[in-house]
Design a protein around this ligand. Structure first.
Ligand code: ADP
Length: 463
């Protein structure tokens, strides 16, 4: 297929003209050197008759004619003739009233005439006939000025302009190649861009759908949980009454069954509480009730909540808080809840005879082991913060799971046969609550070597 065919097909909306194919700067220089070599004027005219390059020939004849009355009209007629003359079948000679001639040569590419090369004016011979002069321009003046115009035969002029036309055609060919290549590039780029936009639109749609589904899921869970909560509270209440013998005496076996009903129901209630809490966090930003609070008391309170469970599991749970920490402006219930969630995981994933250490201290500068993390989170400017650390000697978490444990409903062991309770909400709730305070939770862990959760909270002391 020819380049023109390709271009006129998929890539171009219109046929390229000479102006599109020739580099005007470079090409002008080339034409100037031809014009000065042959001492003639040169002109390249596009297929739409507009001028691409125009180099005046030597002499003053043309300028002088334009100055006398009727001169411009006559010149314009010649120029029009040069632009209109039929050259499909080959070059034409256009004669001027001054006796000068112009060679008008077709510039072809791919069998199509893209434009014309005009070579002249030149004087074909001394006796070249003068006719139809403008009034005010005597023949003697024409003859006098004609001497400064190059004299050459029509045959020589034909050969010279043929040579120049060939050079122009070679340049046009080069221009076509560049244009085809860049058109293909542009075409394939815009094709990829279109595809990318389509994909983007699809992704946006899917994203919207996912958000809708997510909201639906949260609403569904919240409604179901709410509906479950009331009967469950009754089950716990009635079991308690039965256990206390309010409905008559019960034997030991019945007592054991009732205790199991109560513990399992309480677990279920906690789980429902978590789902409701998460739904609340997802549907609106966490609302904090900030009050000046003792950071050490918050930790002790959370540890106390977990003590019975730790004791039952045979775990040594110790806590230590730095003395003399200032009161900080936090929502103590929410911060306590975050610590309870972390501590209850520590208890859950640490076996009999394991150890859990819970610490609270104040970091006034970043010159401690946490320097890099703190700087990454809070910036290089040292700011006082409260650090809660929960260390356990439990099963640990592998490095590749560390990023995911904070996702809602994510559990490292998500199998149906997993040995630990929970639904994978504790850490995502803890993270939302800590981040609402402008803080962060960091985790370090290794399988079989225990875990260390660090909660950093900016120690704001006033509003
Ligand atoms: P879950 O209710 O399952 O405990 P969480 O969001 O609290 O949900 O924790 C997510 C997962 O992270 C847990 O299922 C567990 O696999 C892992 N994990 C959290 N804390 C610890 C820990 N102290 N030791 C080992 N694994 C932990």
């Amino acid at each position: 297929m020819s380049a023109g065919g390709i271009l006129s097909g998929a890539f171009m909306h219109r046929e390229p003209g000479l102006k599109d194919l020739l580099d005007p700067m470079e090409f002008r220089e080339l034409c100037e050197s031809f014009a000065s070599h042959f001492k003639v004027g040169l002109r390249i005219i596009d297929s739409d008759k507009s001028s691409v390059i125009h180099i005046q020939g030597p002499g003053e004849l043309c300028r002088k004619i334009k100055e006398v009355s009727g001169g411009i009209e006559r010149c314009t007629r010649i120029v029009e003739l040069i632009k209109q003359v039929e050259i499909e079948d080959g070059a034409q000679v256009v004669g001027c009233f001054t006796g000068c001639n112009y060679q008008v040569f077709p510039i072809r590419y791919d069998d199509r005439v893209l434009g014309r090369l005009v070579f002249g004016p030149y004087v074909p011979d001394e006796s070249a006939e003068i006719s139809d002069l403008p009034p005010g321009m005597p023949e003697t003046e024409i003859l006098e000025n004609r001497t400064s115009i190059t004299m050459m035969s029509d045959d020589d002029a034909y050969e010279s302009s043929e040579m120049i036309a060939k050079v122009v055609e070679a340049a046009v060919f080069g221009g076509y190649k560049v244009m085809v290549t860049s058109s293909i590039h542009v075409e394939s780029l815009s094709e990829s861009y279109k595809r990318l936009q389509e994909k983007n639109r699809e992704l946006e749609k899917m994203n919207l759908k996912l958000k809708e589904l997510d909201l639906l899921k949260s609403n569904f869970l919240a409604t179901i949980s709410h509906e479950l909560k009331t009967p469950l509270t009754s089950i716990i209440g009635y079991s308690e009454m039965l256990l206390e013998g309010l409905a008559g005496g019960i034997n030991e076996e019945q007592g054991t069954y009732l205790s199991t009903i109560m513990t399992k129901s309480e677990e279920l209630l906690k789980l429902i509480g978590n789902i409701l809490e998460m739904a609340k966090i997802e549907s609106s930003a966490v609302q904090l009730e900030l009050t000046p609070s003792d950071p050490g008391a918050i930790l002790e309170n959370a540890v106390d909540t977990l003590r019975p469970q730790a004791r039952k599991a045979g775990i040594h749970l110790v806590s230590k808080t730095q003395i003399g920490m200032p009161k900080i402006l936090v929502d103590s219930d929410k911060l306590r809840q975050a610590l309870v969630n972390i501590l209850s995981n520590a208890v859950k994933f640490t076996g009999n005879d394991g150890r859990i250490i819970a610490l609270a201290d104040l970091i006034e500068d970043h010159s401690i082991s946490l320097k890099t993390e703190a700087e990454q989170i809070f910036g290089a400017e040292p700011r006082p913060m409260i650090r809660y650390t929960v260390l356990d000697s439990g099963i640990g978490i592998s490095r590749d799971q560390l990023d995911r444990i904070f996702l809602s409903f994510y559990q490292v062991d998500g199998s149906a046969t997993r040995g630990y309770g929970g639904v994978g909400l504790g850490l995502s709730i803890a993270r939302a609550l800590v981040e609402a305070h402008g803080g962060r939770i960091l985790v370090k862990s290794a399988t079989g070597r225990g875990s260390q959760f660090t909660v950093l909270v900016p120690a704001k002391v006033e509003v």
